[in-house]
Design a protein around this ligand. Structure first.
Ligand SMILES: [Zn+2]
Ligand SMILES: [Zn+2]
Length: 310
């Protein structure tokens, strides 16, 4: 099933009386709404926010990602037999670190930069974009490899934002082309079943066939997958989880801290705010990251659009 899609109605096979509806194990991204929804939510959250200008810029970046995702592209076809082999071996079929990237992703990067250049962007961002355009194709591929391996240099951080944004578009296009029914969750439940990346945040549903279900949202390919709520997404421990929010802040955004592994992850509660977006609400709640990390918990994994390299 696609995210936002309508689940099939009727009784489940093998359960003639109806029985309990099981949550969808995973939901692939809907390319037409993935980035535009994030842009709209960022704009709504930016209004009156202490980081309004930055969130407005990130909304422009999401708009550019949407236009790049919708542009015609010579995307590589995914081979169903290779997908099946990976799934059988319990490996992510679009493994971010092993997948042979098609050059189409760099066409997406060019579209994205063209879109931003036409908009009202801050001068420092325009300078970085001009710098990215001067990189050779080989340099850009090296930068993409370093980003995907998590081995960026401090000098890479500016250009890496646009490379990461373009890779999100490329991997989201690939994920959207798959058939969810052919995929399985990985044994490592904290990693994306499509590309093996870490999630950006989790969302606890309030509607749909199985309200109260937790889905983690992939930081790279935008796939959402089910993860049991009472278990830490980093260490899979269940003994020491606590929710922490900012006093006076949105009750819909909480940090789930784990005292076993001393990490935290953001959880979004649709029941408190039906408009939460796994990508936009994570960026707009940077204050919660600062509060929880100052109190001694490390973030489970970075948001790729918010990289800080020491
Ligand atoms: Zn993924
Ligand atoms: Zn843990």
């Amino acid at each position: 099933m696609k995210q936002g899609g309508t689940p099939p109605t009727g009784k489940w096979i093998g359960s003639p009386t109806g029985g309990v509806t099981a949550p969808e194990p995973l939901m692939l991204p809907d390319l037409t709404s993935r980035f535009s929804a994030t842009a709209a939510r960022l704009r709504a959250l930016a209004d009156g926010h202490p980081m309004e200008k930055w969130l407005d810029f990130m909304a422009l970046l999401s708009d550019a990602q949407h236009n790049a995702a919708m542009a015609p592209a010579a995307m590589p076809a995914t081979d169903p037999s290779l997908i099946a082999q990976s799934v059988e071996a319990r490996m992510p079929p679009l493994a971010a670190d092993g997948h042979q990237r098609h050059s189409a992703w760099r066409d997406g990067l060019t579209t994205l930069l063209d879109e931003l250049d036409g908009g009202d962007i801050p001068a420092p961002a325009a300078a970085v974009i001009a710098d990215v355009r001067l990189h050779s194709a080989d340099d850009i591929e090296d930068l993409a490899d370093r980003f995907l391996r998590g081995s960026l240099d401090p000098a890479d951080v500016g250009p890496a934002l646009y490379v990461a944004a373009a890779l999100q578009v490329y991997f989201t296009r690939l994920a959207a082309s798959l058939d969810a029914s052919t995929l399985r969750l990985l044994p490592q439940r904290g990693l994306c079943p499509c590309c093996g990346s870490t999630p950006v945040s989790g969302l606890i549903t309030a509607s749909g066939p199985t309200p109260g279900t937790r889905y983690l949202y992939c930081s790279l390919c935008s796939t959402a997958w089910n993860h049991v709520r009472v278990i830490c997404i980093t260490c899979e421990g269940s003994g020491a989880l606590t929710l922490k929010g900012i006093e006076g802040g949105s009750a819909a955004v909480q940090a789930e801290t784990c005292d076993d592994c001393r990490t935290y992850a953001k959880m979004l509660y649709q029941g408190k705010d039906t408009k939460v977006d796994p990508y936009a609400d994570d960026l707009a709640s940077l204050g919660l990251d600062i509060m929880v990390s100052e109190a001694g918990w490390a973030r489970h994994a970075p948001n790729p659009l918010l990289l800080v390299v020491a």
